[in-house]
Design a protein around this ligand. Structure first.
Ligand code: HEC
Length: 127
């Protein structure tokens, strides 16, 4: 009995941690995207770089979150893993474009980044 209760407590704590982590991580993702956008609009490279660092950190945490727990009828887990990889690819691509001061590539990468956010939310929320 004691063991069972312990197991129950442990699993609900884990679920809670996952949800807290995802909300905190997503809030960081949003902050990073906003900072990058402001950097583009005000022609401020430092803001773009700062936003990228925020995104990189958020993505490092995010890669450890089990997204499958958020998908009700989950036959699309692999898709979310692929989106995750694309996100990583676009973050790296944007970083490279900014270093090269190639702003047309940079805005393209930024657009693709946004598309990845929406693609996963579409699956998660059935949007
Ligand atoms: C691989 C999946 C995936 C990707 C990619 C993803 N998210 Fe999310 N996001 C989630 C999940 C899961 C939730 C939590 C469930 C929900 O809100 O429907 C969430 C929730 C959110 C929320 C709402 C948080 C809250 O407190 O309600 C925001 C804002 C958000 N994401 C922003 C972003 C941004 C910005 C990006 C891209 C840089 C992004 N997400 C990429 C899966 C993803």
């Amino acid at each position: 009995m004691k063991k069972m209760i312990l197991a129950l407590v442990a699993s609900s704590v884990l679920a809670l941690a996952n949800e807290t982590t995802i909300n905190a991580t997503m809030s960081l993702m949003t902050q990073g995207m906003n900072q990058i956008q402001a950097g583009f609009l005000y022609s401020n490279k430092e803001d773009i770089k700062g936003g990228l660092t925020v995104l990189e950190n958020a993505n490092a945490i995010f890669s450890k979150v089990d997204v499958s727990t958020f998908i009700a009828h989950n036959n699309k887990i692999q898709v979310t893993h692929n989106i995750n990889k694309n996100l990583d690819k676009n973050i790296k691509g944007l970083k490279k474009a900014i270093a090269a001061e190639n702003y047309s590539d940079a805005t393209r990468e930024y657009g693709e980044l946004t598309a990845n956010c929406i693609a996963c939310h579409k699956i998660v929320r059935g949007w």
